[in-house]
Design a protein around this ligand. Structure first.
Ligand SMILES: Nc1nc2c(ncn2[C@@H]2O[C@H](COP(=O)(O)OP(=O)(O)OP(=O)(O)O)[C@@H](O)[C@H]2O)c(=O)[nH]1
Ligand SMILES: [Mg+2]
Length: 544
């Protein structure tokens, strides 16, 4: 099996099949660190975290009535209790298990402001599950799109998937889409009908029948469905799932991991063969035919400058609304801010001593500090909404990539009668970090240059009123200024993500273009590589 894997890696390297690198890495991990991953997917509130807590016999993961899980968390056996947080910058830190929800729950780590990549928990009292790793994932279809994305990113590489479907809302469109995506790549997919305690046995039978027919209608394949409840007859449900799903993997651990590796290698091989087939087909044509094919596929809508143009339209269309959206966040709070500052001013002014020049400077500094502090606090409190403004644009880029891929696949099929790889085609974006702005309120009061004309013991009440009146205008001016700073920050993130989307699509197009440019002299090479891969696959003892 190793030799065929090496051969596939060489093919990917030689023909620059970059989109297969993630799959290669996941196979390498599996070979190095034998561990069977069971990922728990499903809509938000389906009971995923509750199910894992129930299996491990302990409330380790946060659960709740509003969407909770925002970070992927793995749980597995380890000789000592240990909880690690892997950060996006590559560092890891150990934390007490009791603090896990500070990192993995949406309320304590909104929009992943703590930049957590994933959390890993090892527990000593689940030795019976040694070798398995349970993966808790954020709910699909959650209002927080970043969370949905986190879960989606993992679908393509999942080994064993348990899809939780709550008996309260059996089957949504997103469940079906999830199941069919998982079926394409995973080694095994299982459905878990959760919260069955909420229904009578008769109602449950109806729900089960509905679930089974809906799934088999959609994907033309039956998948095992298990019932589950953490509240009623829990032992029965838990034993059944452990005996029928978990234990078989553990009993034949070596054989099963080999099977899983083989399954993944087969997926990889199929993608490579598709590529070689495409390239070989193209290489057998004459130069004119090849150019004709390419011109039909890479038509006016499938070329880099058109894509660049469309992406920049998406970006500029989004940008045109961003300033307004950001200002709309601030606007309802402007009056409160003015009143707050006026009250603070009434408290602070009496302590400002000195001539007009000094008092003006004190006022100016005071204004800068309090407005700056209040506006930064506001940004802090509203970071989720600001990030959602950016997410809206990111989702447009993702949607564009998805429809573009479908357009391209359709074209290739129509013209060459070949299907191209079903690899996940999704650029992934990181949520926006808190804007690093130091609000710097401006201020201009030329009047103080004439300070020597105004003895303060006479004019103090006049200036007190004068400064107080300025507060409103200063606040409004600085809200506009902050709106610009924040919008600029979002603009630059959009530009960055636009480039990322473009280079992602360009990579994929180049792979295809490369395949379609294969000249006659390459036919033998592609045929040989194809034959050799095919032969080695069928002769490899593990593929028998
Ligand atoms: N009646 C009943 N309620 C359950 C059961 N399992 C989970 N719940 C409840 O369902 C709600 C959601 O459970 P979670 O485990 O947080 O769901 P989740 O799928 O992890 O949710 P997200 O992390 O937000 O995607 C909680 O209030 C649980 O108490 C069950 O078997 N029966
Ligand atoms: Mg959860």
């Amino acid at each position: 099996m190793n030799s065929i894997f090496n051969e596939l890696k060489d093919v990917c390297l030689k023909y620059e099949l970059t989109s297969l690198q993630r799959l290669i890495a996941s196979i390498e991990n599996l070979i190095a660190d034998k561990k069977i991953e069971i990922a728990i997917f499903g809509q938000f509130k389906a009971g995923k975290s509750s199910f894992i807590n129930n299996i491990v016999g302990k409330s380790v993961l946060p659960t709740g009535v509003i969407p909770v899980t925002s970070i992927i968390t793995s749980i597995q056996y380890g000789p000592n209790e240990c909880t690690m947080i892997d950060l996006e910058d590559g560092h890891s830190k150990e934390i007490p298990l009791a603090e896990i929800s500070d990192y993995v729950s949406e309320s304590n780590n909104p929009n992943n402001v703590k930049h957590v990549e994933m959390a890993r928990i090892e527990l000593p009292d689940i030795k019976r599950l040694k070798g398995l790793s349970l993966l808790d994932t954020p709910g699909i279809g959650s209002i927080n799109l970043n969370n949905t994305q986190t879960a989606n990113d993992n679908v393509a590489l999942t080994t064993i998937a348990i899809v939780c479907i709550s008996a309260e809302r059996p089957l949504a469109e997103s469940d079906m889409e999830l199941i069919s995506n998982l079926i394409q790549n995973s080694y095994m997919v299982i459905c878990l009908l959760t919260k069955v305690d909420l229904f009578t046995p008769e109602q449950l039978e109806e729900i089960m029948t509905f679930l089974k027919t809906s799934i088999s209608n959609k994907i033309d394949q039956e998948i095992p469905i298990y019932k589950y409840s953490i509240k009623q007859d829990n032992n029965i449900y838990r034993n059944k799932i452990e005996e029928e799903v978990f234990l078989p993997y553990l009993k034949n651990f070596d054989e099963e991991t080999e099977n899983i590796v083989r399954h993944k290698i087969l997926n990889l091989a199929n993608s490579c063969l598709e590529y070689l087939e495409l390239a070989r087909n193209a290489s057998m044509k004459t130069d004119e035919e090849r150019d004709f094919l390419k011109s039909k596929i890479f038509d006016e809508k499938i070329n880099i400058s058109f894509i660049r143009h469309e992406l920049s339209l998406i970006a500029s269309d989004s940008k045109s609304r961003i300033r307004e959206s950001v200002f709309n966040l601030f606007e309802p709070h402007i009056q409160d801010l003015i009143s707050k500052l006026e009250q603070q001013y009434d408290k602070d002014f009496p302590s400002w001593q000195g001539n007009l020049y000094t008092v003006t400077r004190t006022y100016e500094n005071w204004m800068k500090t309090v407005t700056g502090t209040e506006l930064l606090k506001f940004i802090d409190e509203n970071i989720t909404d600001l990030q959602n403004i950016l997410s809206n644009t990111n989702n447009k880029f993702k949607y564009y990539t998805k429809t573009f891929k479908e357009r391209l696949e359709g074209k290739v099929f129509e013209i060459l009668n070949l299907t191209i790889s079903a690899q996940e085609w999704q650029p992934s974006f990181k949520p926006m970090k808190k804007p690093d702005i130091s609000v710097y309120p401006g201020f201009d009061t030329p009047i103080d240059l004439l300070w020597f004309l105004f003895p303060m013991f006479i004019f103090r009440p006049v200036f007190r009123r004068y400064f107080r009146k300025q507060i409103k205008a200063e606040v409004i001016k600085n809200v506009h200024r902050t709106t610009s700073v924040v919008s600029e920050k979002i603009f630059s993130e959009i530009d960055f993500n636009q480039e990322k989307t473009l280079s992602y699509i360009v990579d994929e197009l180049q792979t295809l273009e490369h395949a379609l440019s294969a000249s006659n002299s390459m036919t033998d090479e592609y045929t040989e590589t194809y034959k050799s891969l095919n032969h080695n696959m069928s002769h490899d003892i593990l593929f028998k």
